[in-house]
Ligand binder design. Structure first.
Ligand code: KDG
Length: 317
């Protein structure tokens, strides 16, 4: 296994037109979950990924299982919960620029994850543990599960990569901040957006956010800057990477997971950090040009086409 990740995946309902949800009457049903989005992205690029979670023993749980199985994600450590349902969520496309999200995930099956769900041997078989800040704010059990997964990873020599993924509707700001900072301090690499970095450290400039996060304990920090690309400060190296051009943003949700996919995939392929971050900016941008959280994630062939173009562009400069 290259990567293990764990978290909640939900069925995602997207209305077929813009406006407030109260006026909608037709939806498409897809799936979305930050960690499984990354698992799918990495699997499409040929990496071996295991996803740990709980699903309700209901039609939505089976839909998610079938989908992830079809993508080739390893699901051996997914448990079915016979008492609690699979979470769902809705996207509200208010207009072409504003998207709101509404969750129906309280007491969902995944929120009942607990440390005993973790199989140490399974996690130990990977090189990287990928986690996001969504899971630890879902419940006390999820928080303890994430800490246990980190402990197992560290005891077995895995790198821990953490995307803070701040979700203000899931938890109070102070509690989110405490939990996300605690986990950042345990991670080898932290991947915040600029706003998240500012929320966590009180600093506004990428260099200062990175320094503050280094002081908390992580040796690698990569900050997503949206249209300005990304900034990395990684084991003594630092610099900026430009954004990959986006013709039109169709749906921004999932871009951060695309970015994480690119960075993780680059590191697994042995790229230097700058090239890995560049891969992150490319995949993040591709995700925004397609409706859905995972539909825009490229396979290896598509990524290579774009990467060749980028190489050519580098030479031309
Ligand atoms: O990063 C995209 C995710 O936000 C989305 O897929 C759903 O996991 C999700 C969440 O908790 O918002």
């Amino acid at each position: 296994m290259d990567i293990i990740t764990l978290g909640e995946t939900m069925v995602l309902f997207t209305p077929n037109k813009a406006g407030m949800l109260r006026y909608m009457d037709q939806y498409s049903a897809q799936i979305g979950g930050s960690e499984s989005n990354v698992a799918i992205g990495l699997t499409r690029l040929g990496h071996k990924v295991g996803w740990i979670s709980r699903l309700g023993s209901d039609e939505f749980g089976y839909k998610i299982l079938q989908f992830l199985r079809g993508e080739g994600v390893d699901l051996n450590e997914v448990k079915f919960d016979h008492e609690n349902p699979t979470g769902i969520y809705f996207k509200e496309m208010l207009n072409s620029e504003e998207v709101r999200v509404q969750y129906f995930r309280k007491n969902s099956a995944a929120s009942y994850m607990k440390p005993d769900d973790l199989n140490e041997e399974y996690i130990a078989s990977a090189k990287i543990l990928h986690i996001s800040g969504i899971t630890p704010v879902l419940s006390k059990g999820c928080y303890e599960t994430i800490l246990k997964a980190i402990e197992i990873a560290k005891n077995n020599g895995l790198k821990v990569v953490f995307d803070p993924n701040l979700r203000k509707t899931l938890c109070s700001e102070q509690k989110s901040k405490d939990i996300l900072l605690e986990i950042s301090s345990l991670a080898d690499i932290v991947l915040p957006g600029k706003g998240e970095g500012q929320f966590l450290t009180g600093e506004a400039k990428p260099e200062r956010i990175a320094n503050a996060l280094h002081e908390y304990g992580s040796s690698g920090v990569v900050i997503k800057l949206g249209e300005e690309g990304a900034y990395f400060s990684f084991e003594g190296n630092d610099g900026y990477v430009p954004a990959h051009p986006v013709k039109q943003v169709v749906d921004p949700v999932g871009a951060g997971d695309g970015f994480a996919t690119g960075v993780l995939s680059g590191l697994l392929d042995g790229l230097n950090i700058k090239s890995a971050v560049r891969r992150g900016t490319v995949i993040g941008s591709l995700v925004t040009m397609v409706q859905g959280d995972i539909e825009g994630l490229p396979d290896r062939k598509r990524l290579e086409g774009i990467t060749n173009y980028l190489k050519h562009e580098d030479v031309a400069r």
